[in-house]
Design a protein around this ligand. Structure first.
Ligand code: AMP
Length: 286
């Protein structure tokens, strides 16, 4: 396994593999890797000839006051995890090279980045799509792996790939969870033991919402959201729910009337435990 820091070197390596007919699988991450990231890397290993993982805490997707400076970083630990997952190349660039002085170009997917996460993190997805497109241009993947844990991110990237006719196939991996159901996240490291225990309620609440919808016990999203909010507040008094949203999974449009709805339903939420903001979601077919 090799660590590549220079953009031009990574491009040359990827170009070489493309020319020799090898399939490149790419897993973009911000590091501080856990089993969720490993699932993506192992799937990439399974489906590609060459696996490239990037480790880059992307400054443009953090707003001032968010946790960019505090975001956990441990390259040595990540290096060993990548190695154990069969990664061939870690792309580990410097922010100054990714965004040099006089950097002016951004990619934005309109509409679907203004709701859900985008409502509370208005510039976030512009940073995500910009860096992902740059990383695609640098690592030149045939396949790119993303986690369903970040459901809106998946939908936005899917839209960008389709709208801009990018020659990359999107692969989505299921959310990997702790035994108690809490979605694995690099940010879980901010949580106390007690908070980790309590935060398991988020996944339980999402499953409860799914049950209520599938059993036909809830006719509209407004009542459902009220019920789920109550469920979370009762079972996790130290949480502070920021939003719950019921949408489709492609354009992330609100679903208000659940009774007659047919198709995929995505329920997403964000909640604070102290200063730590957690997100989770559930996707199912009705
Ligand atoms: P991050 O390092 O948080 O930017 O995540 C990098 C990739 O790993 C993204 O595609 C995430 O959706 C994915 N990911 C993060 N946590 C999980 C998880 N618990 N299960 C599956 N994928 C995940």
């Amino acid at each position: 396994m090799k660590v590549i820091k220079e953009i031009s070197a990574m491009q040359e390596i990827s170009e070489f593999y493309r020319k020799t007919g090898k399939k490149i699988g790419f897993v973009p991450t911000m590091g501080f890797l856990h089993e969720g990231h490993c699932a993506l890397m192992l799937k990439a290993r399974d489906e590609s000839d060459i696996v490239v993982t990037s480790i880059f805490v992307n400054p443009t997707q953090f707003a001032p006051g968010e946790d960019f400076n505090d975001y956990p970083r441990d390259f040595t630990r990540d290096y060993h995890i990548c190695k154990s997952c069969g990664v061939d190349y870690i792309f580990y660039p410097n922010a100054k090279n990714v965004y040099p002085n006089n950097y002016y170009t951004y990619v934005n997917v309109n509409n679907m980045t203004e709701t859900l996460e985008g409502k509370y993190r208005p510039e976030h997805f512009k940073g995500v799509t910009t860096v992902v497109l740059k990383l695609f241009n640098i690592t030149k993947p045939h396949l790119a792996y993303f986690g369903q844990k970040d459901a809106q991110q998946v939908a936005v990237i899917r839209k960008m790939i389709n709208d801009l006719n990018l020659n990359v196939k999107l692969r989505v991996c299921e959310t990997v969870r702790e035994e108690n159901g809490l979605a694995k996240s690099s940010r879980n490291t901010y949580l106390t033991k007690e908070q980790k225990k309590e935060a398991a309620v988020l996944n339980k609440a999402l499953n409860e919402a799914k049950r209520l919808i599938l059993e036909g016990n809830t006719g509209n999203a407004k009542d459902l959201k009220k019920e789920i909010k109550k469920y979370i507040e009762t079972n996790s008094p130290n949480s502070s729910l920021q939003y719950i949203a019921v949408t489709d999974n492609i354009n992330l449009e609100k679903i208000s009337h659940l009774k007659d709805y047919k198709g995929d339903i995505l329920i997403s939420l964000a909640a604070y435990y102290g200063k730590t903001r957690l997100i989770d979601n559930i996707l199912f077919e009705k």
